[in-house]
Design a protein around this ligand. Sequence first.
Ligand code: HEM
Length: 500
Amino acid sequence: MSALMELVTLVPCCFFFIALIKFLYDYLWIPLRIQHMLNSQGIKGPPYRFIHGNNKEIAKMRQEASIKPMALTHDIFPKVQPQIYSWINKYGRNYLFWNGVRAELVISEPELPTIYLSKLLGKGLVTVEGEKWAKQRKLANYAFHGESLKNMTPAVIASVETMLEKWKGQEGKEIEVFHEFRLLTSEVISRTAFGSSYLEGEKVFAMLNKLSIIMSRNLYNTRIPLINKLWKPADMLESEELAKEIQYCVMKMVKKREDRVVNGEADSFGNDFLGLLVNAYHDSDKNNKLSMEDLVDECKTFYFAGQDTVNALLAWTVLLLAIHGDWQDKARREVIGIFGNQNPQPEGIAKLKTMTMIINETLRLYGPSNGMLRRVGREVQMEKVVLPANIDILIANVALHHDPQLWGEDVHLFKPDRFAEGIAKATNYNTGAFFPFGLGPRTCVGMTFATTETKIVLSMILQRYAITLSPAYVHSPIPIISLKPQHVIQVMLKSLHSDA
Ligand code: HEM
């Protein structure tokens, strides 16, 4: 009996002891080993703190930066990424910090992004791995190649016309452009990639938007082992619920396509992005076949990547043009010179040189992407540094885009002129100095689509209106997945034609 009692107490004790060892191994030994390994190679950073890493400090810095008022300057790096700004100053251009128990190596030395982004596979499209990524990338490339893009122009123009129709009669009143462009870019991606009306996608966008706010709020929240399994915070429950609903909506869109073919109303699933995905879902060759889960994931990525980023780029460009009236006039002269008062056409869009410079300068100062993350799967040698397995690399593009050593003392000024002779010249042939759309095999598949859309929208606005900034505007860019205005961007429109 006593032997049995001993066994009854001993077994849980052993389990507890093993769990404790494993816990200390994961949460103390591994982080300290990684920290030591990188410190000894000259890479410093804020010290690892048990379980939380540096998350508490980061949350505090971000909170302080978000409420601190700022002047209308383009020196936004300390505001947008206060922790990166302060730790680069303290520990150097490449440093190590702790997102909970995960080590993140921040890279902001201009020679390194090209090497790291080309060599490390990491997370892609934006989250899938390896073979799956290659398959999905192929589809995305096909959907967004040159000829398909040309066919998208009328859909973009139609969406802008709807927006401009609403603007009629608004002259002299405030217009909140971030919101206006959210509706516009949602409609554009719905029409072009998914062939559906904005109304159909509206629910998906509203949910994705909510999801992005929750994600960004919890970016530096520590996941406490075990407790996370037993108790889910409200944000986690809400995001799970949202993910389910998004899945349901996308599946309904797919079903609609399938039904149309089954009922004989259409002879194919369509040539837009959704059509290609549904085709791949039905592919009998298992090398090309997509699962329903992958299809839904892809739709989510494209809805989000295709809308959120262009929304931000358009809003920041209009803000900059409202502030810098001289560049607004130059851009308008170019647009009128090429298109007159006609709608933009693909051949003319390619000739918009001043506008390209303005967009590049906006992408430098207010680029939607706040960094590129790669996961190191196994120990690897990168230049002079040996990187341990299971760490993340964060390429800090905001730091590079705002670096006075790369761009000169006028780094914080809006000077589209620097791109007059192209990106290579502007960056002194340093690819790692400017990469708003990423670098290496995972560069943005939607780059040409995004810039074409932006040029069409800006051209059509400039043809009709002069834009000035409302005195009510409060400058406060913050990162909510992409770089967004914390408040709103109010501008005033002055019609250039009597019939507008
Ligand atoms: C101004 C607009 C945009 C910006 C600044 C932007 C930026 C980026 C960046 C920096 C990456 C690389 C991420 C990484 O390396 O981790 C990326 C990837 C990607 N972007 Fe964009 N993007 C924009 C618009 C779009 C649009 C319009 C679409 C789709 C229609 C799109 C779809 C994607 C996809 C699918 C990827 C993942 C590519 C891969 O992993 O192979 N993006 N984007």
